[in-house]
Design a protein around this ligand. Structure first.
Ligand SMILES: NC(=O)c1ccc[n+]([C@@H]2O[C@H](COP(=O)([O-])OP(=O)(O)OC[C@H]3O[C@@H](n4cnc5c(N)ncnc54)[C@H](O)[C@@H]3O)[C@@H](O)[C@H]2O)c1
Length: 280
């Protein structure tokens, strides 16, 4: 291989991931990993035809080995300076165990493994969700367990056993809460390398994942949510990229270990407005 370039790892070849890669990745080598190689190839093709330099790889976020493989491949092109993690499954797409393995454990492993190789000055964002913000507060001990438990012990925590989870929405919410906690803990380690890491918690963003939710068992709930939130509409992947751009560019140099809610005010309306759950 000849010319080395700065490398972006894009995990998850969905709409949100592509929007961020498109905003941030021009001039870099973008290594796109997705469990569904067709998704990765599609996004790779769209970006390459628009002047970007990307390559598609099969990668399973729930497998440490798969993550390590893509990092080895990526480093052949140059130093990893950016991570965008937008891979995941939603409550209507997968059972409890799969949501925990992909969204909770997989994200934790990815942040850890990239944190071992991220270049000085590097930045990362991982996509969490407003859904984690709607879940009631956990105890300080539970938060600490989600933040600090070694990755390979995470799925053995009693609080994460399927019998203590109940349903896929709760699994998703706790996975997303965990993402935010892991970002805080990992940002400390990334900081030792001169790198920054943040998370973004979007509300309803129109993507295939959200469309699955609109057509799933909670479809009416979601449609009501965007109709009654202050913005009165769902958001777009490009609006998520606006936040990612601030977090990943030098303007965001003082921001690390943080989580940004971008939900059109849905969480505010859920706690203090027309989206409050009805009293039983
Ligand atoms: N769309 C929304 O409304 C919304 C809201 C909040 C959070 N999010 C989060 O944003 C992220 C991206 O979602 P999106 O809406 O762009 O969805 P999307 O369906 O467009 O993309 C998700 C991608 O992740 C891939 N993926 C699934 N399991 C994987 C695995 N085990 N390993 C590797 N890749 C895997 C899928 O194949 C898909 O290409 C997810 O983490 C999701 O939870 C989305």
């Amino acid at each position: 291989m000849n010319m080395k370039k700065d490398v972006m790892i894009l995990a998850g070849a969905g709409q949100i991931g592509m929007a961020i890669a498109r905003r941030m990745g021009y001039g870099m080598k973008i290594v796109i990993g997705d469990k569904n190689i067709e998704n990765a190839k599609n996004i790779s093709d769209i970006l390459n035809k628009a002047g970007f330099d990307t390559v598609a790889h099969e990668m399973d976020l729930s497998s440490r080995e798969s993550i390590k493989n893509i990092l080895v491949e990526a480093q052949k092109y140059g130093e990893i300076t950016m991570l965008v993690n937008a891979a995941g499954v939603s409550p209507s797409q997968a059972p409890i165990e799969a949501i925990l393995k992909v969204d909770l454990y997989g994200t934790a492993v990815l942040l850890e493994e990239v944190g071992k190789v991220i270049a000085e000055g590097g930045t990362g964002v991982t996509i969490s969700s407003q859904s984690g913000h709607r879940m009631a507060a956990l105890t300080p001990e539970q938060d600490r367990l989600l933040a600090m438990t070694p990755t390979d012990e995470l799925l053995s925590l009693p609080m994460l056993q399927p019998e203590n989870i109940g349903n896929t929405l709760h699994a998703y919410q706790i996975a997303k809460r965990c993402n935010v906690k892991r970002v805080m803990a990992e940002a400390v380690k990334w900081g030792e390398r001169g790198a920054r890491l943040n998370s973004i918690s979007p509300g309803i963003i129109v993507t295939p994942l959200a469309i699955d939710e609109f057509n799933g068992p909670r479809g009416d709930f979601y449609k009501n949510m965007f109709a009654k939130c202050p913005a009165g509409r769902p958001g777009t992947a490009d609006e998520v990229a606006n936040v990612a751009e601030l977090l990943m560019r030098p303007q965001g140099a003082f921001i690390t270990g943080a989580d940004f809610l971008i939900d059109g005010g849905a969480t505010a309306a859920y706690f203090y407005g027309p989206l409050q759950p009805q009293e039983k």
